[in-house]
Design a protein around this ligand. Structure first.
Ligand code: GDP
Length: 381
């Protein structure tokens, strides 16, 4: 009997020890689930690679160490609106030195006024407009007791912004009849290119557009416009070389009316190869385009900003002939000094509606007086 009790006691002691050891070693007898390794979730959409279009279903996720997945490269950036600040670098360079010099002197003195005058004239503002701008600035300085140079420059900027903000800069469109927007200006200023850019924007806004190749005297113009029309999804009406520009625009209006299309963008000649006076011809074009069923809602003068004060003389001639509704100032990204914008606004009182900041389809932007003036006066080149 004693032997049996000793054997039983030994079994109990050895069994308990074995159980205790197995627990310490993490043995099989456990209720907790084994620790799991974190598996990265499969990406919602596998990154698309070139030629991936017809790849079969993605492989099941493999349990491996998490891989460092690099950000997929962005292949096509969405069109970025060009900024005045970036594109007006040449124009800005004209003013920077003068404005910097004015700011370097704390007080406003006679030299300050001389420097501002020279800066504006060099920037293509023109003598008459510069005198007008500085006369009004002197009144502000007197009325507000300005003595500090930085405050003076800010007052000048505010005045220029207010001047340029006058007038309605929206492009007029009246529902109903086909609207006609006429583009006038001398050869080479960028009329055809501007029509292409405007066409792209109008089509993107949902309007149906017909382009009329009314510059029948420049052989390449109709070709250029055909390319733009195809590119932006507009219709095109063109006539015989050297033919009557008015009849091309008349046909375009008839076609737009018959098809219920919204807008005719009409190119016009910048120079004639006949004895007919250009301004007479443009008057006729405007009359014909404005006849039922068409309605001329915009007559836009396209001006090359790099031609400086010459542009002003052109603008005056065109205004007298065709009653302009707005100006498109092209090539402000080039060697233009920018001041012509101020001269146009103050001499003609016609709003600048659009500005060309480059040659591609997205390089036409609405004219923004605040951004424009800030870009011209920016000191950080
Ligand atoms: P058009 O004779 O008035 O029809 O002038 P075009 O449309 O043929 O343009 C003349 C040249 O100016 C072309 O080489 C255009 O690419 C270029 N151009 C037009 N607008 C701009 C612009 O805003 N910036 C720059 N840099 N070039 C432009």
């Amino acid at each position: 009997m004693e032997i049996v009790i000793i054997v039983l006691a030994l079994v109990v002691v050895l069994g308990g020890t074995a159980w205790f050891v197995s627990q310490r070693r993490g043995g099989a007898t456990t209720l907790e689930p084994p620790p799991t390794r974190e598996v990265p979730a499969p990406p919602a959409e596998p990154p698309v690679l070139e030629g991936d279009a017809d790849v079969a279903a993605p492989a099941p996720p493999v349990v491996t160490e998490p891989e460092v997945v690099e950000e997929p490269e962005v292949r096509e950036a969405p069109p970025v609106k060009p900024s005045f600040r970036e594109r007006l670098s040449k124009a800005r360079a004209t003013l920077t030195g003068y404005v910097g010099s004015v700011l370097s002197r704390e007080k406003v003195d006679a030299e300050t006024w001389d420097e501002l005058e020279e800066a504006l004239i060099r920037a293509d503002v023109g003598v008459a407009t510069t005198t007008d701008i500085l006369d009004r600035l002197r009144e502000t300085v007197k009325a507000e007791g300005i003595t500090d140079s930085a405050v003076l420059v800010e007052a000048l900027k505010a005045q220029l912004k207010a001047d340029l903000a006058q007038g309605d800069r929206t492009l007029r469109f009246e529902p109903g009849a086909p609207n006609v927007w006429l583009f006038v200006g001398v050869n080479g200023v960028g009329k055809t290119t501007t029509i292409g850019k405007v066409g792209k924007r109008q089509v993107a806004e949902g309007r149906s557009v017909v382009m009329a190749a009314g510059d029948t005297f420049r052989a390449a113009a109709a070709e250029q416009l055909t390319t733009w029309a195809e590119r932006v999804g507009a219709d095109l009406v063109r006539g015989a070389e050297g033919g009557d520009p008015s009849s091309v625009i008349f046909d375009a209006v008839q076609r737009a009316a018959a098809r219920g299309q919204d807008l005719v963008l009409a190119d016009t000649a910048g120079r004639l190869h006949t004895k007919v006076n250009l301004m007479e011809e443009l008057r006729k074009v405007r009359r014909v385009a404005d006849r039922e069923p068409g309605k001329v809602t915009e007559v836009l003068l396209v001006l090359d900003a790099t031609t400086g004060q010459n542009g002003l003389v052109q603008a005056q001639q065109f205004t007298e002939a065709v009653d302009l509704t707005g100006v498109v100032l092209t090539k402000l990204d080039g060697s233009a000094k920018g001041g012509i914008a101020l001269a146009i606004q103050s001499t003609l009182g016609i709003p600048i509606k659009l500005v060309g900041l480059g040659e591609t389809a997205d390089d036409l932007v609405e004219f923004d007086p605040d951004e424009f003036v800030d870009a011209l006066f920016a000191q950080d080149l």
